[in-house]
Design a protein around this ligand. Sequence first.
Ligand code: ATR
Length: 277
Amino acid sequence: MGISLGLIGYPAKHSLSPWIHQRFMETAKIKGSYNIFEIAPDEFDKEVKNLKTMDLQGFNVTVPFKQKIIPYLDQLDPDAKRTGAVNTVIDHDGKWIGYNTDGKGYIRSLKSAYPEVISDDKRVLILGAGGAARGIYRALVTENMKQVDIANRTISKANLLLELGERTTETFIFTMEEAKEKLRDYDLIIQTTNVGMKPNSKEQPIPLTTLKKGTVVSDIVYQPLQTAFLQDAKSHGGFTHMGHTMLLYQAQYAFELWTNQKVEVELMDRELEQRLK
Ligand code: ATR
């Protein structure tokens, strides 16, 4: 029979998670299934209670339920609590424990491509202050990064992220306009807004005209794979880090929480790229 995993979300049926976790199960030689539970938002309460009666080892949570799931949990991991969002639930003898694997997954994906950039002497700029930025900011703080700045269209939203930090991390908040002029100061720039998330989009949150050569430029958008932002980074001598790798590593960490097995994802990277093309 094997293990039983799944995903709740709406919409969810085009998710790549079933493919990723099936591949993990094959690699780890674990029998099991990963099913999509597409839940209409107004049926959430009923369907989640129904899920509790099922014999699942765990499940992923995607939009729009990452916050809505929290009252149904028996326990919350401190990082998930701090970021206020859960994307992975473990069923431990009928008790649900909530985690957020996005931030740590992001760090893992970055470390696999550019290990030297996660170091406390490097300066980081995050563009955006939404849900994705929260997880990444928190994970960078947890990695003891000392200088992590945030630029966002709405300044008040960026200020909210500060509560996720520690006093050991220095953070300045900028508008996008201000950030444009400061790119030279950074070793790593992380694009977390949804600008550019459309097939063939030419949009990007800021132009990278003043980028310093050798800066690592990361975009968490993976559809399209080569965003206008990453193309701009390349044309100015930046090193690029693509968004689909975060998808793989957040899944790797979730799978590890469910099964205690860490599967290698390097070989799946190209395969996922092909699927997204
Ligand atoms: P996610 O969970 O994907 O991060 P979100 O919480 O809705 O989504 O956050 C979206 C982010 O993209 C925010 O930083 C948002 O900026 P605001 O806080 O000013 O709304 C940013 N964003 C979305 N559309 C944008 C645009 N056209 N220009 C600049 N920033 C944009």
